[in-house]
Write a protein that binds this ligand. Structure first.
Ligand code: ADP
Ligand code: MG
Length: 262
């Protein structure tokens, strides 16, 4: 299958919420996905119910000590069938410690190819930090696809331009365009702005924009507080329905199929 980086250089747009629930939705389809938390804030790790690990048991150890990725993989405690490589706050150091190393951008790709991907036909979901630094470059090099959540509350045309500029920064070292899908999150049907932004995104990104919109919903905001994905927390909620629909849409368009381009 394939690796997906969930990226947007803006914080609070639903990257972690999308990573959490996409991972769970894929697990529920018996696809045994692997999540990787590449954000020093470690919200993806926490939302999956993993707390208080020393940095030596997280992805930080892969960068700082060459600990094999396979030693860092653990089951998601809810038992939903997904695995995760957790993050630690110390990941903040990666940029300053290794930013000048010319091989650093491809380090995660090398690890995944050497250790995990060849004998594992699993989808990999990488939750990115909003920083346009070494960690995001690692995610982009290791992935075949970007999934870009854009929230309904901030985007003006300037927001789209900024996102395009961020994607160019990431694409430049790759030397080719990144295949991507945009998903609109935090859609509020009572606000005209939500519809305006959706139309704007459609005009700008065309078929790269997912038809599925993720609505603003209490269950999505609450579930991580209880270390649960939305399917475990509120299976009949709008949030569960939306992330199921997004997963179906992405599966149907071949987003998880590395051979498929569109
Ligand atoms: N569709 C949604 N409805 C309600 N709350 C949401 C939704 N998506 C995200 N949130 C909440 O918004 C905040 C930021 O979301 P998060 O996924 O952490 O964004 P990011 O990872 O991009 O910083 C979190 O508190 C999260 O629970
Ligand atoms: Mg996040």
């Amino acid at each position: 299958m394939t690796a997906i980086a969930v990226f947007n250089q803006k914080g609070g747009v639903g990257k972690t919420t999308t990573s959490l629930n996409l991972l769970a939705a894929l697990a529920r389809r018996d696809l045994a996905p692997l999540g990787i938390d590449l954000d020093p804030q470690s919200h993806f790790t926490l939302a999956n119910g993993i707390k208080g690990l020393p940095s030596s048991e997280t992805i930080y150890a892969y960068y700082s000590d060459n600990t094999p990725l396979s030693h860092l993989v653990r089951e998601v405690p809810s038992g939903n069938g997904a695995h995760i490589i957790p993050a630690h706050m110390e990941l903040f150091k990666i940029d300053s410690l290794y930013g000048r190393n010319p091989n650093i951008a491809t380090q995660l790709k090398r690890g995944l190819n050497e250790e995990l991907l060849p004998d594992a036909s699993v989808p990999v979901i990488i939750d990115c930090s909003p920083m346009l630094g070494v960690l995001s470059l690692n995610a982009v090099f290791a992935s075949n696809r970007l999934l870009i959540p854009v929230s309904a509350d901030y985007l003006s045309m300037q927001g789209v331009n900024r996102l395009d500029a961020a994607l160019k920064v990431l694409e430049k070292p790759l030397g080719k365009p990144i295949q991507r899908r945009i998903v609109m999150t935090r859609f509020d049907s009572r606000r005209k702005l939500s519809y305006q932004i959706f139309d704007q995104l459609h005009e700008h990104y065309g078929n790269d924009l997912c038809d599925t919109r993720i609505f603003e919903s209490v269950s999505l905001a609450e579930s991580p507080v209880y270390s649960k994905d939305v399917f475990a927390y509120a299976p009949n909620s709008q949030g569960a329905k939306d992330y199921n629909a997004l997963t179906e849409e992405l599966l149907a368009c071949g987003f998880f199929d590395p051979e498929c381009s569109w």
